[in-house]
Design a protein around this ligand. Structure first.
Ligand SMILES: Cc1cc2nc3c(=O)[nH]c(=O)nc-3n(C[C@H](O)[C@H](O)[C@H](O)COP(=O)(O)OP(=O)(O)OC[C@H]3O[C@@H](n4cnc5c(N)ncnc54)[C@H](O)[C@@H]3O)c2cc1C
Length: 412
C-alpha cells in the first residue's frame, strides 16, 4: 500500500522544521508542506530588524534555497491554503481544489497580527507586521515617511521603533499599559529598554490608548489618543499581539482554547494530528500550566519533537523556552518562563548597559533569566534552569560568582 505520508499545514518556521527534521530522522514517506504565503519558508525575526533597513532581499531571509527541498524530496505546495480537514477520511482539502491524503497531519499554522477595531484602521499606511508582504509594505513607506506612530509597546513595536529612529524618522510609541513589554519581562528590563529608546529620541506615551485613526484622501495622517491628543503620523505600525490560526482545527472538531490544544507529546485529541509553534497550546514542563509561546525556539524544538515521534522515538516535549529580541544596539535574551508575580533579582547594573534579571517563583526556584547585552549570563541561565540547579538570590546577584561554573553542575 503506498504511504500517504506527512502533510504539514503552514510553511513557516515550525512547518519548515518538521519537514526538514523528518528527512534528518530518516523518514522515507512523502512529505508535503502546504503554505498560503508565496515563495519558500522564511524567517520572520529579521522582518522587524535588518529587513527594514532595506538591505535584505527575500532570498536572504529564506530558511533554505529551493534545491534543499528538491534534494530531500520535500514537496512544497505554495501558495495554497488548507481549507478543511476530513479526519475520518484522513485527507485535507486545499483552496486550489486539490485533496491530499495523510497518514499524519501537522498543524503549524502560526498566528495573525491583531488589528484594533477602530475607525480608520483600514486607512492606507496603517499596517501590522507579521509577514514578508507586511514588512515589504512597511519598508516601502518607511523610505518616504517622516512620522511613525507605533501602537503597542511589545517586542515588534519596540524593534520597529528602534529601526525607524535609526533611519531618522520621528517616532512615537503609544502603549496602553503603565510600562512596555508588560506581559513579557520584568520592570527593570522593560524600563531599561524604554529608556534606551527615549534616549535616542523616541517618544513614549504610557497608560495611553488609541481611539481612532484619521486620514486624508484614504491615507493615514494621525492617531487620536485616549488623552485627547491628535498625534500626526504618515505611517502607523500596529503591534498589539497576535491571534493563533485555529479555525481549521476548530472546524475539524479539535479542542481549541487560544491555540490548538495538544498533550505533552504535542498531539491533539486526534492521534493522527499534531500541532506546533505559535498556533499550539501545550502543557509546559517549565511553567506547570498550559502555554502558547511565540518564538523561533518553540517552533523549531516542537517541530523536532514531532518529527522524532513520527519515526518512532516518541518523547514528551520538555525543552526550555528561550527567546531574543534586538532593539537597536540592545540585545535582550530570555531563558525560561516567569510568572508575573515572580520576584526580581538584579545581577549587574542597568546603568552599565549590561545586566540580567533573575526571576524566582514562590518556591524560590529560578524560573527565568532576562539578560540585556549579557550573552554569557543567558547561556549559563539556560543550563541552570533546564538542569534545575539550585541557585539562591544571593548567588544570582553576586557578580563575582561565575555562573558558568555553577551551570556546569547541571551536567554532573
Ligand atoms: C516581525 C516578527 C519578528 C519576530 N522576532 C522574533 C525574534 O526576534 N525572536 C523569536 O524567537 N521570535 C520572533 N518572532 C516570532 C517567530 O517568528 C514565530 O514565533 C515563529 O515564526 C512561529 O513559527 P510557526 O511556524 O508557528 O508560525 P509562522 O512562522 O507564522 O508560520 C505559519 C504559516 O502558516 C500559514 N498558514 C496558516 N494557515 C494556513 C492554512 N490553512 N493553509 C496553509 N498555510 C497556512 C501562515 O500564513 C504562515 O505562513 C518574530 C515574529 C515576527 C512576526
Amino acid at each position: 500500500v503506498p504511504q500517504a505520508g506527512v502533510i504539514v499545514v503552514g510553511g513557516g518556521q515550525g512547518g519548515f522544521q518538521v519537514a526538514a527534521s523528518l528527512r534528518d530522522e530518516g523518514y522515507t514517506g512523502p512529505v508535503t508542506l502546504v503554505g498560503d504565503e508565496p515563495g519558500l519558508p522564511y524567517q520572520r525575526p529579521p522582518l522587524s530588524k535588518a529587513f527594514l533597513f532595506g538591505k535584505a532581499q527575500q532570498s536572504h531571509i529564506e530558511l533554505r534555497p529551493r534545491s534543499f527541498y528538491a534534494a530531500r524530496n520535500i514537496t512544497v505546495v505554495a501558495p495554497d491554503r488548507v481549507t478543511a480537514i476530513d479526519r475520518a477520511a484522513q485527507c485535507v482539502a486545499l483552496a486550489s481544489g486539490l485533496s491530499l491524503p495523510y497518514d499524519h497531519l501537522v498543524l503549524a499554522t502560526g498566528a495573525r497580527a491583531r488589528m484594533p477595531a477602530l475607525a480608520g484602521s483600514k486607512l492606507h499606511g496603517v499596517l501590522a507586521l507579521r509577514s514578508h508582504a507586511d514588512a515589504a509594505a512597511i519598508l516601502s513607506r518607511l523610505q518616504q515617511a517622516r512620522r511613525l506612530v507605533v501602537v503597542g509597546g511589545g517586542f515588534i513595536g519596540l524593534e520597529v521603533a528602534a529601526v525607524a529612529r535609526q533611519l531618522g524618522l520621528e517616532v512615537r510609541i503609544i502603549e496602553m499599559a503603565d510600562r512596555v513589554l508588560k506581559r513579557a519581562v520584568s520592570a527593570p528590563v522593560a524600563d531599561y529598554l524604554a529608556a534606551a529608546l527615549i534616549l535616542r529620541g523616541v517618544g513614549l506615551d504610557l497608560d495611553t490608548g488609541v481611539t481612532d485613526f484619521t486620514g486624508t484622501e484614504g491615507h493615514i495622517d494621525g492617531v487620536t489618543t485616549t488623552a485627547g491628543e491628535h498625534v500626526p503620523a504618515d505611517l502607523v505600525v500596529v503591534g498589539i499581539g497576535v491571534e493563533p490560526h485555529v479555525e481549521l482545527a476548530r472546524d475539524a472538531g479539535l479542542a481549541v482554547q487560544d491555540g490548538v490544544l495538544v498533550n505533552a507529546y504535542l498531539l491533539t485529541v486526534d492521534p493522527f494530528i499534531s500541532a506546533i509553534g505559535d498556533c499550539a497550546r501545550y502543557p509546559a514542563v517549565h511553567a506547570a500550566t498550559l502555554v502558547r509561546l511565540e518564538s523561533v525556539q518553540n517552533a523549531v524544538d516542537q517541530a523536532r519533537c514531532v518529527a522524532a515521534r513520527l519515526v518512532g522515538r516518541a518523547e514528551r516535549y520538555s525543552k526550555l523556552p528561550w527567546f531574543w529580541s534586538d532593539q537597536g544596539d540592545n540585545r535582550l535574551q530570555i531563558a525560561g518562563i516567569a510568572a508575573t508575580s515572580d520576584s526580581v533579582v538584579l545581577r549587574g547594573e542597568p546603568t552599565s548597559d549590561k545586566f540580567s534579571v533573575f526571576r524566582f517563583g514562590d518556591d524560590s526556584r529560578l524560573t527565568a533569566v532576562e539578560s540585556v547585552n549579557s550573552p554569557a549570563d543567558h547561556m549559563a541561565a539556560r543550563k541552570l534552569i533546564s538542569g534545575r540547579v539550585p541557585v539562591s538570590p544571593e548567588q544570582a546577584a553576586d557578580e563575582g560568582l561565575k555562573l558558568a561554573g555553577l551551570a556546569a553542575l547541571a551536567t554532573l
